[in-house]
Design a protein around this ligand. Structure first.
Ligand code: ZN
Ligand code: ZN
Length: 336
C-alpha cells in the first residue's frame, strides 16, 4: 500500500524506520481477530526502531540523526489505573500499530514524548527489539526476580524468550523452559547457560521440575503460553506453574489466551504463593537500552530470520506455517 510521507507536526519527530518486528498480537490482527478494535486499512507495527529525520515546531533536545525506539503505548492519564501511576492497566490503553497507524512503513511521525534514545553503538536491528525485550523486563520487574532465584518459563515463544533474556541479567541459577515445540526449546540453551528444557509432550513438566529441584520447586514461575493446547495427563500451564513453585513462591501470568484455566486454590494457599500478572511494559525501554549497551542481552537470539519490508505479507505467512522454526522475523524497512 502506498501512503503519503507523514508531515511532522508540532512536538513530533519524523522517524525514518529501519527495522520492525512481528509480534504475536500482530499475527492475530493479521488474521482479523482484533476486529473491531483494529480497523482497515491500517499500518501495523508496534515493535520498530529508526532514526530521526526531522523535528517539528517546539521540539528541543532532539536532533536529526538520533537513533530511537518508540514506546507504542498511549495511555489516557485520567482513569483510576493511570491516576495510580499504573498505566499498563489503563482502561483506554491504545497502541500504535494496533489502534492507530504504526511502524511497518518507511516514515512515521510521533510525539517525542514516546521516544527513547538508542545509542549509535547499538545496531539498528536491535533497536526494533527494545519493545519485546521490555515485555520480558517488565515481567521480571513485576515478579521482583532476585539474584539466585530458580525459575520456570512455561512457553518458549516470543514472550518466553524475552523473559529468559531479562531474568538472566539478574539470576545465573537454573531456568527451566517448557514448551511442546523442540525447535523453540533448542533456542534457550544455545544462547544461555543453565537452561533446562522440558517438552511437555514427552514428559510431565511438574514431575521433572520437582525431581530436578529435589522436591523443592522453583522460586518463580512465568506463564507465557497464551493459547494453551490440552495435553493428556498434564495440568494446564497456570496450574502447572502453581504446582512447581516452592513455598512462598510467585507465579507471574502473561499469556493472553481466551480459555479458562482451572486452578485448585488450595495448592496455592498451602504455599502462600502469590499470583502476579504482567501486561506490556512500564517504561522498561530505558532499562533494556542500558542492558543492551552493557552487552547483557542477546537480542540476536530472538531473530529467526530477516526479510525486506516489502515481503511483510510473506513473513506473516511463514509465521503461521512454521511457528516452531520462527521466534521473531525482523523486517527491513530501511532500504528500498
Ligand atoms: Zn508486541
Ligand atoms: Zn488510563
Amino acid at each position: 500500500m502506498d501512503v503519503e510521507k507523514p508531515v511532522c507536526g508540532p512536538g513530533e519527530a519524523l522517524i525514518r524506520v529501519k527495522y520492525g518486528c512481528i509480534c504475536g498480537s500482530d499475527q492475530h490482527i493479521h488474521k482479523g481477530e482484533f476486529h473491531p478494535r483494529t480497523s482497515t486499512p491500517m499500518i501495523m507495527g508496534h515493535e520498530f526502531g529508526g532514526v530521526i529525520e526531522e523535528t517539528g515546531a517546539g521540539v528541543t533536545g532532539w536532533e536529526a540523526g538520533q537513533k530511537v525506539a518508540p514506546d507504542p503505548i498511549i495511555w489516557c492519564g485520567k482513569c483510576p489505573a493511570c491516576l495510580k501511576g499504573h498505566y499498563p492497566a489503563c482502561t483506554s490503553l491504545r497502541l500504535i500499530g494496533v489502534d492507530l497507524n504504526g511502524g511497518f512503513t518507511q516514515y512515521i511521525s510521533l510525539p517525542v514524548s514516546m521516544l527513547y534514545r538508542v545509542p549509535a553503538a547499538i545496531p539498528d536491528e536491535h533497536a526494533a527489539l527494545v519493545e519485546v525485550l521490555g515485555i520480558g523486563c517488565h515481567a521480571k520487574n513485576r515478579a521482583k526476580v532476585q539474584k539466585d532465584d530458580t525459575i520456570v518459563i512455561w512457553g518458549s515463544g516470543k514472550v518466553g524468550h524475552s523473559i529468559l533474556q531479562a531474568v538472566r541479567t539478574v539470576t545465573g541459577n537454573r531456568v527451566f523452559m517448557v514448551d511442546i515445540l523442540p525447535e523453540r526449546l533448542a533456542v534457550g540453551p544455545k544462547h544461555f547457560d543453565n537452561v533446562i528444557t522440558i517438552n511437555a509432550l514427552e514428559e510431565d513438566p511438574v514431575g521433572r521440575i520437582r525431581e530436578e529441584t529435589s522436591g523443592k520447586g522453583v522460586d518463580i514461575a512465568f506463564e507465557a503460553v497464551g493459547h494453551a493446547h490440552v495435553i493428556e495427563n498434564r495440568v494446564n500451564p497456570v496450574r502447572g506453574c502453581i504446582q512447581v513453585v516452592s513455598g512462598g513462591g510467585k507465579v507471574c501470568v502473561l499469556g493472553l489466551g481466551n480459555e479458562v484455566s482451572p486452578v485448585l486454590f488450595k495448592e496455592m494457599i498451602w504455599k502462600e504463593a502469590t499470583i502476579i500478572s504482567s501486561r506490556v511494559s512500564h517504561g522498561e525501554f530505558a532499562e533494556v537500552i542500558t542492558l543492551m549497551e552493557q552487552g547483557r542481552l542477546k537480542p540476536e537470539a530472538l531473530i529467526s530470520r530477516k526479510m525486506h519490508g516489502s515481503r511483510t505479507q510473506e513473513a506473516f505467512e511463514i509465521l503461521e506455517r512454521d511457528p516452531a522454526g520462527n521466534i521473531k522475523i525482523l523486517l527491513d524497512f530501511g532500504t528500498s
